[in-house]
Ligand binder design. Structure first.
Ligand SMILES: [Zn+2]
Length: 264
């Protein structure tokens, strides 16, 4: 019997082989399911070009938050990752850049001190190497409550790093995936020179559940990538299978290469 997965968008059964082949995009409704950081690398960067840095940064429990360390240990075991994000040098279509990718499986990819530091170091290394930065965000939880104010401080810290990179005359592409909310959406995610998103991605500060808690209602489509594009908050919404060609085109344009139409 063919193994199937149930689509989170339309609840229909999709053959697993087809699901994987299409980078976890539902062939029936087009729903873009989250990719792991490793899958995202395979989708976007030239094979064998990724050189990870800062793999040894770990969160610590400076607030003595109940069960925080246990949770972190469980996420490490489940994902095989030391923290919420992978960062390193890579090439996309032969263009060298610094890339950072959050992994939703690790505590919703939320931003604590480690994500803030890793993002900051991405921009610092890019300034040293005169390189563009690509950050792929997918953080449903925004800033991490287990780290309190220190997590919130990462918003200012990462924003300042983006600014220094900008002042050095270098380019930053922010790619937003579903879902990206709270403190990440309100800091480095929204500061790209070019801001791209995947179709249907939910992007915003306070989501529907947070607003419902204070008695506010809002239309469900308000925080989608398509709505943000319509209101000028994004530059493009790009289906997953077109992302790599679009990035290659964009990086080539920045490098002053003549435009190509095939995205190869
Ligand atoms: Zn579907």
């Amino acid at each position: 019997m063919t193994e199937t997965v149930s689509c989170q968008g339309c609840s229909q059964a999709v053959p697993r082989a087809l699901f994987e082949e299409r980078w976890k995009v539902c062939p029936k409704c087009g729903y873009h399911h989250p990719l792991t950081a490793q899958e995202r690398l395979e989708l976007l960067v030239d094979p064998g070009s990724f050189e990870e840095f800062d793999a040894d940064l770990y969160s610590v429990d400076f607030l003595n938050f109940p069960r925080y360390l246990e949770r972190l240990e469980a996420y490490r075991k489940e994902t095989g990752l030391p923290s919420e994000m992978l960062t390193g040098y890579a090439q996309v279509g032969g263009h060298r850049l610094v890339i950072g990718i959050t992994d939703m499986r690790f505590n919703m990819g939320s931003m604590g001190s480690v994500v803030g530091e890793k993002i900051t170091r991405c921009f610092e290394r890019a300034i040293e190497g005169r390189l563009p930065v690509l950050i792929v965000s997918g953080s449903g939880a925004g800033a991490r409550m287990y780290e309190g104010t220190v997590a919130l401080m990462q918003m200012a810290k990462t924003s300042a790093a983006v600014r220094r990179h900008h002042e050095a005359g270098l380019f930053y592409i922010s790619l937003i995936t579903h879902p990206t909310m709270g403190g990440t959406a309100a800091s480095f995610v929204s500061l790209g020179h070019v801001i791209l998103a995947e179709p249907g991605a939910m992007i915003g500060f306070a989501g529907a559940r947070a607003r419902a808690a204070i008695g506010e209602r809002m239309p469900p489509e308000l925080q989608t990538a398509e709505s943000l594009l319509k209101h000028g908050m994004l530059d493009a919404v790009i289906p997953r299978e077109r992302l790599r060609p679009a990035l290659i085109w964009l990086l080539g344009f920045l490098a002053g290469e003549p435009p190509t139409t095939d995205g190869k």
